[in-house]
Design a protein around this ligand. Structure first.
Ligand code: BT5
Length: 279
């Protein structure tokens, strides 16, 4: 069960207008993504619904969007706060040709596309916090949750889930996230067109995913590294079984975070939370 304080203030959220899906699809020039958008007023989680569709043979590129989620998910069973009509909760079904070991590259590709898309709307440069957070002004603006299903030696599908705070005033956020989260409206001062954000995001995801599939991770990695502001900084990495402290050096080809300890040894981290030390 989620901690109860995440639910506080949810009834007091200002409501916005429903998304106009036709407006999102008009003018989309994508190759793979967004030809079909499944739209809901409320879902448990767009990732869960996209998984159900993928299991029923939905095609690559189909998108699920919900105005709100009753069980929006982060990693490791964490909750994603998902009030109605102000944000974006979107999942895309992908059927990549990558081997399962390279599946984390999808998360990193998505972070690059997401940072590119959001940069078009706010006057600060979004930064990536390994592996899946997009920060603006040092606070969490968006998150990525990828979940994959494999069949033997190949990926059957990947559900790429993205949550973005758009017109969600920080004052309305539950106390549990208010200090560390932000929203696009905090930078623009006025409501941002959610349709424009979704269209731009689908377009950027289509481009970056196409590059990853056709040219490989070396086309995505330098752009990820350029937005990784903890590179060269001292970090603490909290994993389920231990904590390590060292200097963040970047990412490996499979998306693992490289952390150098005081003896010059470089350790690979495949899952965990990274926090800067001494800032
Ligand atoms: C993430 O997890 O950042 C991945 C979030 C992915 C959400 C999308 S929404 C569409 C799709 N469908 C889903 O069910 N999920 C995906 P993680 O790194 O574990 O971060 C979760 C933590 O972020 C929580 O424990 C809170 O501290 C914080 N948090 C929760 N809701 C937030 C919000 N709306 N804005 C900013 N921070 C939030």
């Amino acid at each position: 069960m989620p901690p109860p304080d995440l639910d506080k203030k949810e009834e007091t959220k200002p409501a916005g207008l429903p998304l106009r899906i036709h407006q999102i699809q008009d003018g989309l020039t994508t190759h793979r993504l967004g030809k079909k958008i499944h739209y809901f007023t409320e879902l448990d989680s767009t990732n869960s619904h996209a998984r159900r569709l993928a299991e029923q043979r939905a095609q690559e590129g189909e998108v699920v969007i919900a105005e709100s989620q009753t069980h929006g998910r982060g990693r490791l069973g964490r909750r994603w706060v998902s009030p109605p009509y102000v944000n974006l909760y979107l999942s895309v079904i992908l059927r990549p040709t990558l081997p399962p070991i390279d599946a984390p590259q999808i998360t990193l590709m998505a972070a690059v596309a997401l940072a590119d898309a959001l940069a078009a709307f706010i006057p600060v440069l979004p930064a990536i916090k390994w592996p899946n957070d997009i920060l603006a002004g040092g606070k969490k603006l968006a998150g990525v949750l990828t979940e994959s299903a494999c069949h033997g030696e190949r990926i059957d599908f990947v559900i790429l889930g993205i949550g973005v705070n758009i017109n969600y005033p920080v004052e309305s956020m539950p106390d549990a996230i208010q200090k560390r989260a932000t929203s696009m409206i905090s930078f623009t001062g006025t409501n941002v067109s959610r349709e424009s954000v979704v269209r731009r995001l689908i377009q950027d995801l289509d481009r970056c995913y196409g590059e990853l599939e056709e040219m490989g991770f070396q086309t995505v990695a330098p752009r990820w590294e350029a937005r990784f502001e903890l590179r060269g900084k001292k970090v603490r990495v909290e994993m389920t079984d231990r904590i390590i402290i060292g200097t963040a050096r970047g990412i490996d080809r499979d998306g693992a975070l490289l952390v150098e300890n005081g003896r010059g040894e470089v350790q690979r981290v495949v899952a965990g939370d990274v926090v800067p030390v001494g800032d």
